[in-house]
Design a protein around this ligand. Sequence first.
Ligand code: ADP
Ligand code: MG
Length: 249
Amino acid sequence: MIPLCNNPAMKPETVLSARGLFKSYHKDRIEVPVLRGLDLEVPSGLVTALVGRSGSGKSTLMHLLATLDHPDSGEVYFRGERIDNASRARRDNYRNHDIGIIFQFYHLLPELSAIENVLTPTMIGRSAWNYFRHRKEASRRAESMLDRVGLLHRATHKPSEMSGGEMQRAAIARALMTDPSMLLADEPTGNLDTDTGLDILKLLTELNQDDGLTVLMITHDDAIAAEADCCLRMQDGQLLPESPALQVA
Ligand code: ADP
Ligand code: MG
C-alpha cells in the first residue's frame, strides 16, 4: 500500500511497515474482527495521517505497531527488522528508544509535576543508583524538551494545573526524552478544541521539519489529516487504496 502523498515526487524510505495484519476481539463467544489483512507502509521523515471513523480499528492498529499488543497473524517491521515477534527485551527497547508514543488522554501521572512526568522514561530500565548518577544530565534534558514544546514555564505544575493543550505538550516532551526517530500519536488532538489541536499539530510538524522526526498521527478529523504530508484511510479493517478524493493541496 503506497500512501497518498501531497508531493508525488517524494519517494521516501519506509520506516515502519505491516503485512497482512489480522486482529479480532472476543466478546462472550462472539468474535469481532477489527483488522482484516491490513498492509501498511509508513514513509520515513514525513508526517503521515491515518484516518478512519470511530471504531474502524485505528487504536487497535497503533497498539500492534507499538508492540503493545500482538496481532492474530501478520507481521510488523521497523526499519526492516521484524518487531512484532521480537524478544520482550527488544520490544521494550523498541518502545523506549526507537519510537515515542502519544495518546489522546495524555496518560500523565497526576501526582507528578510536568518535569517529573517528562523524566519518567529515564527512570525506566535503570537502577536507582544509575538514575541517581545521571539525574542532573536527565533534568537538563527534560528542561530542554519542555522548552522545545513551549512548556518550560509550567515545569513545576501538576497535570491538574495545566490545560489540555499543555498536558499534551508535556506528553510530547516525555515522548521526546529518549530521542526516538518516530512518533506514534493516537488522536493527539482528539480531546482538544480546534485551535489548540492545530497548535499541537503545528508542534508535531515543526518536530518533523526541524528535527527530521517521522510522525504517524491517527485522527478521525479530516481537517487535521489535510495538514499531513501523506494520508492513509482505514475502512473495514484494511487501508483503502489511493483515492483522488483524498488529494490534499
Ligand atoms: P478506533 O480507534 O478506530 O476508534 P478501536 O481500535 O479502538 O477503533 O476499536 C475497533 C473495534 O474494536 C471497536 O468496535 C471496538 O469496540 C472494538 N474493541 C477495541 N478494543 C477492544 C477490546 N479490548 N475488547 C473488545 N473489543 C474491543
Ligand atoms: Mg481510537
